[in-house]
Structures are given as C-alpha cells and as structure tokens.
Design a protein around this ligand. Structure first.
Ligand code: TYM
Length: 345
C-alpha cells in the first residue's frame, strides 16, 4: 500500500528565520527522524514562489542552496529513501497544473486570502504582482500533485490549506473522478503534528505582526544565519509593554507572550510549563536575558551543524530526487490533462 505523504515547501526569497524553522521545518524534520519508514516525506524549495515579493534575482541561486543546507543542518536525514528534497521550478508540472487550477478558481475565493491583503499592504499597491495574488493556486498544485495528506505550515498558511482542500474537492466533483487526494482537514493536521493550532511567531519590534522574511529591515526577525550575539541583541531590544507583569496573553501583551512562546520552542518544553515559571513575575529584563541566552546557544549549535553540511552529497540527492519527483508529478498531471480534455482520454 502507498505510504501517507507529508509535504511542505519554503520560499527562498531570503534567509530562513525562527518562524520558518519552528512553524514548518521542525515538524517535518522530527517526523523524518522518528517515523520516516511509515511515511513519504517531501521537502520543497519553493523557488517559483520566491518572487511573489521583490527579491534580488542575482542572489536566488545561492539562497536556494543555503536553504537546502538549512534543511540538512536542521536534521533532515538525507540518506533515508522515503525522504525527498527538490526545487519547485525543476518540476514543470507544478506550473502547468497551477494554470489549469487557476481556470477553475473563482476570483472571490482568492480575494478572501488575508495573507494577500497583509503582504500587499506591506509591499505597497504599485509593487503588488499577480503572482502574490494567486500564489495559493500554485501552492495547491505543489501539494495536489503528490497525494499529500499532511502539510506542516505556520498559521499564516491556514487559509491556503483550506483552499487546497476546496479546489481538490471541486475538481473531483466536476470531473467525476478522484483526480486528487484531498489533504486532511486543518484541525486533523494540527492533531497529527501535536499542536492546538498553527504557530505564529511575532515580529520582535512589532509583535502585532508575524515575523516575516520579507520584513522591512530585519531588526524584528531572528534569521538562522544571524550571529548568536546579534540575535541575542535583537531579543534584548524586543518590544514589550508597560503593564509590568508577565502574562501569556497575545491580545493584551503580544511582545511578552511572543518571548514566552520563543522560550518554550527553544527549550522544547510545553508552553504551559514555561508560562507557569514566569507568569505573574515583573522581571521583563530577566525574561529577555533568559530568551537571549537560549537563542544564543540554539544558533551556536545550529550554525556549527550548518558549517559541516556536505554540499556534494546534497546536490546528488537533490538531482536524484528531482528525477523521481518529475515522474510522480507527470503521472498526476496526465490524469488531469486527460480529465480536462488536453490529452486523449
Ligand atoms: P514561506 O516561505 O513564507 O514560509 C515557510 C513556512 O514558514 C511558516 N512561517 C511561520 N511560522 C510561524 N511563525 C512565523 N512568523 C512564520 N513565518 C512563516 C509559513 O507558514 C510556512 O509554513 N507559500 C509558502 C511556501 C509554499 C508551500 C507550498 C508550503 C509553497 N508551496 C506547498 C506548503 C505546501 C510560503 O510562502 O512559505
């Protein structure tokens, strides 16, 4: 019987940050290390998605390699045959399926996506491109090509997961066949990844916003490539509040809650345990120092692993996986092409 598929993608528009690491990457690395034999696990560099917001195109190639190395440094076991890594643009079926699905997607459906509304405000109306608007359709294609059930992503992608399910069900109904496997409902996905909800790490300087790679100047973002000292300094400068009592309350005290959240993630402890250690105390300075120390030791350890990644082995794995992935993707694409009349049935 075919194995259940777990899939995620990360853009290569900038260095990855701790939101990407804890929101998406860690879940897939954890499963890869403990249950790789039970699943098929696909990790994609979403290079086509990388220019939904403006980037320096001359740096894209090196950024793609850097992000792939981050996957390995995070602990992805490259040797396991059930784990596949690939670059989105090396699999042309993604773009072709996206076009087909575009033509079955309502403008209204896509216009509701809050991620588009947030990002387009940030980028500025005159810089917003059509790719940013319809990237959930390409994202749905990424997933639907491979019979995926589980997609670990951060909270910002929840609506896009729901869209994937909607478009898959719509196509299956319209063409009266099981063209696509429908990914599990979002609540089941959270349960699978042992979470109550999708994760959202906030920007350190403006904790009402999510931490984001395309953030204005990076001062509120902890990149995995920041020096441990620079990252600690960013924590020390994090915005808190004037309430004077530590509480895990994202509504009233988003800055403090964000620090508690980051501390729980870095220490691998349950949020409730970290909260009960800190709640009610007035020592914001002490909390910042503890989080700063935790981030320093996390990055020191992570960057030591990053420095030892074997690039030759990584490239060999990538190229072999892309060959296999192309075959799998083309198989699904052909089924769709036949259903919509582009190929003889
Ligand atoms: P991207 O590259 O913007 O982000 C990669 C992953 O990191 C998560 N994330 C966060 N999680 C918690 N807190 C944050 N502050 C935070 N910021 C980002 C994102 O939710 C994401 O899981 N469209 C996707 C990439 C993609 C993809 C796919 C994902 C393309 N095709 C197919 C899954 C399946 C994106 O923009 O991710």
């Amino acid at each position: 019987m075919a194995k259940e598929v777990i899939f995620t993608g990360l853009r290569a528009n900038n260095d990855l940050h701790i939101g990407n690491y804890f929101g998406a990457l860690l879940a897939i690395v954890d499963i890869s290390n403990h249950h790789a034999s039970d699943f098929e696990i696909d990790l994609m560099v979403a290079d086509l998605h990388s220019f939904t917001t403006p980037i320096d195109h001359s740096k894209l190639q090196s950024q793609i390699m850097e992000n792939l190395k981050v996957f390995v440094a995070a602990g992805l076991p490259l040797d396991h045959p059930n784990i596949r890594v690939f670059r989105q643009s090396y699999i042309p079926a993604h773009s072709e399926l996206a076009w087909i699905l575009d033509c079955f997607t309502g403008m209204g459906q896509i216009s509701r996506m809050t991620e588009f509304k947030d990002k387009s405000k940030k980028v500025g109306q005159n810089k917003v491109n059509v790719g940013l608007f319809n990237y959930p359709v390409l994202m749905a294609s990424d997933v639907l090509l491979y019979d995926v059930l589980y997609v670990p992503v951060g909270d910002d992608q929840t609506q896009h997961l729901e869209f994937m399910r909607d478009i898959a069900e719509h196509m299956n109904r319209k063409f009266k066949q099981r063209l696509f496997v429908v990914p599990k409902p979002v609540t089941e996905q959270h349960k699978f990844f042992k979470k109550d909800q999708g994760l959202r790490i906030r920007d350190l300087l403006d904790p009402t916003k999510k931490m984001s790679k395309s953030g204005e100047n990076g001062n509120g973002v902890i990149f995995l490539t920041d020096t441990p000292e620079a990252a600690a300094a960013k924590i020390q400068r994090a915005t808190t509040d004037s309430i004077g009592s530590i509480n895990f309350d994202f509504e009233k005290q988003p800055g403090v809650a964000n620090l508690l959240q980051i501390l729980a993630l870095l220490s691998g402890k349950p949020q409730s345990e970290v909260n009960s250690q800190w709640e009610g105390k007035d020592s914001y300075g002490e909390l910042k120092s503890v989080v700063a120390e935790a981030i320093k030791s996390f990055l020191t350890d992570f960057q030591a692993k990053l420095a030892t990644v074997d690039e030759t082995k990584l490239m060999q794995k990538l190229e072999a996986d892309e060959l296999a992935i192309n075959k799998a993707a083309n198989k699904t694409l052909l089924k769709v092409q036949k259903a919509v009349g582009l190929r003889p049935a």
